[in-house]
Design a protein around this ligand. Structure first.
Ligand SMILES: O=C(O)[C@@H](CO)OP(=O)(O)O
Ligand SMILES: [Mg+2]
Length: 469
């Protein structure tokens, strides 16, 4: 099916910043669109997002140059090509750009065309996107890792660590797992209000209260899990993304939003070791900074057999960086963000390399998102088993959850739910579950009587996790 026209325009992302939308028209008249997301805590080695630097438009953040690059350079080169030739399309754009990091045309320009092509091809073949990308075996629904408490560069509070997520894994299917997550998100609001804390939200839809410490964030979430009627570690576990590259300062980590203290790599590793012992944490992303490969090595040796260690800023969805991690034996999972590398084909190459080397793939939104739902389809297509995209509010993130619920319904009884086994080394979790019951005694004191005694709350459900095939 031939590409008849490619048209880009500037639209807005969830922070109200301009971003690129691309529309492809095929020779049969079918139209498909894609919109590119944008990060705030970006890795140094990410492909370049082209911004205009024109102070008179959107304070210099416009994407008119990227839009022109699509309309004037990429479109003429691709019109007439078969839209199902994804790799040819992507590699033609890589060639047109000619730089190692897509800085000439912009990764935002290139990715918009790459994703619109995939969507366009799936429409032309009358297939859902996840099936076009993943084939007949694409039937595993992910555990949604919901970012319910925001800090770092994503919120204006005194929490240094960027993301505290809940992973509702003990569910029979995706739909139920989202329900458990949202109930916990709502319970967290009550817990925070009981403690007279702010329930305004951050960029990714999590609450952004001013807490005394990063540790308190975990304690409040554990409390919320219990208040919602679930057992921490057994039903719902915790994932953390400190985004520690943002804390990196002259070889140390600065707790830049709380007490300004500094920690060495070794001290950071000890902190995480302690957390993993105390709390039901199943995944730690960017525990160390992108320049601190030695720290990553220490971290992997210390807790790499207990928890999923995800490289985000460290690896930038880049297969060369992933190969380096594999060679050095650091982390055991890679974050997958399409715009870090800039084309669908290269993303899938990275996913393949991860699979060949027994590294997990954790699919992710960006902090600046849009209504585009490609990552939901991608997660099922590659069988990633878990993704992070928001909390229990903000439509640009809920749209991904809703798309996954549609996919689950469409698959019917072919659908499986990833469950706890999707997390690397999740068997280590058992050791922490029993201990969590005692952690929140202090917090409980201040709370309203409504649902404050966890023991009296009947468990909502106790169905066991359906194993993925
Ligand atoms: O650090 C991250 O993992 C992401 C997404 O949660 O944030 P950003 O898009 O700002 O890089
Ligand atoms: Mg991250």
């Amino acid at each position: 099916m031939e590409i008849r026209n490619i048209q880009a325009q500037e639209v807005l992302d969830s922070r109200g910043n301009p971003t690129v939308e691309v529309e492809i028209t095929l020779s049969n008249g079918q139209i498909a669109r894609a919109i590119v997301p944008s990060g705030a805590s970006t890795g140094e080695k990410e492909a370049v997002e082209l911004r205009d630097n024109d102070p008179n438009r959107y304070e210099g953040k416009g994407v008119q140059m990227a839009v022109r690059n699509v309309n004037d350079i990429i479109a003429p080169a691709l019109i007439g090509m078969d839209v199902t030739r994804q790799r040819e399309i992507d590699y033609r754009m890589i060639e047109l750009d000619g730089t190692p990091n897509k800085s000439l045309l912009g990764a935002n320009a290139i990715l918009g065309v790459s994703l619109a092509s995939a969507r366009s091809a799936s429409q032309a073949l009358n297939m859902p996107l996840f099936q076009y990308l993943g084939g007949v075996n694409a039937c595993k629904l992910p555990v949604p890792c919901m970012n319910v408490l925001n800090g770092g560069r994503h919120a204006t509070n005194r929490v240094d660590f960027q993301e505290f997520m809940i992973a509702p894994h003990n569910a029979p299917n995706f739909q139920e797992s989202i329900r458990m997550g949202v109930e916990t998100f709502h319970a967290l609001k009550k817990v925070l209000l009981d403690h007279k804390l702010n329930t305004g939200i951050g960029d990714e839809g999590g609450y952004a209260p001013d807490l005394k410490s990063n540790e308190e964030a975990v304690e409040f979430i554990l409390r919320a899990i219990e208040k919602a009627g679930y057992i921490p570690g057994e039903d719902i576990s915790i994932c953390v993304d400190p985004a520690s590259s943002e804390m990196w300062e002259n070889g140390k980590y600065r707790f830049f939003k709380s007490d300004q203290s500094l920690k060495s790599s070794d001290q950071m590793v000890r902190l995480y070791e302690d957390w993993v012992k105390k709390y039901p944490i199943v995944l730690l992303e960017d525990g160390m900074g992108e320049e601190d490969w030695e720290g990553w090595d220490t971290l992997t040796k210390a807790i790499g057999n207990k928890v999923e260690l995800v490289g985000d800023d460290l690896l930038c969805t880049n297969k060369k960086l992933l190969q380096k991690a594999i060679d050095l034996n650091v982390c055991n999972s890679i974050l997958i963000k399409l715009n870090q590398i800039g084309t669908l084909s290269e993303t899938l190459e990275t996913v393949q390399l991860a699979g060949e080397n027994n590294y997990n793939c954790f699919v992710s939104h960006r902090s600046g998102e849009t209504e585009d739902t490609t990552i939901a389809d991608l997660t099922v297509a590659i069988g990633a088993g878990h993704l992070k995209t928001g909390s229990g509010c903000r439509s640009e993130r809920i749209s991904k959850f809703n798309q996954l619920m549609r996919i689950e319904r469409l698959l019917g009884n072919q659908a499986t739910f990833a469950g706890i086994n999707t997390f690397k080394n999740s068997n280590a979790l058992k050791n922490t579950v029993q201990k969590t019951d005692k952690t929140n005694t202090e917090l409980k004191k201040n709370e309203s009587t409504e649902k404050s005694n966890v023991k009296s709350i009947p468990r909502k459900r106790r169905t066991s996790t359906k194993k993925a095939s």
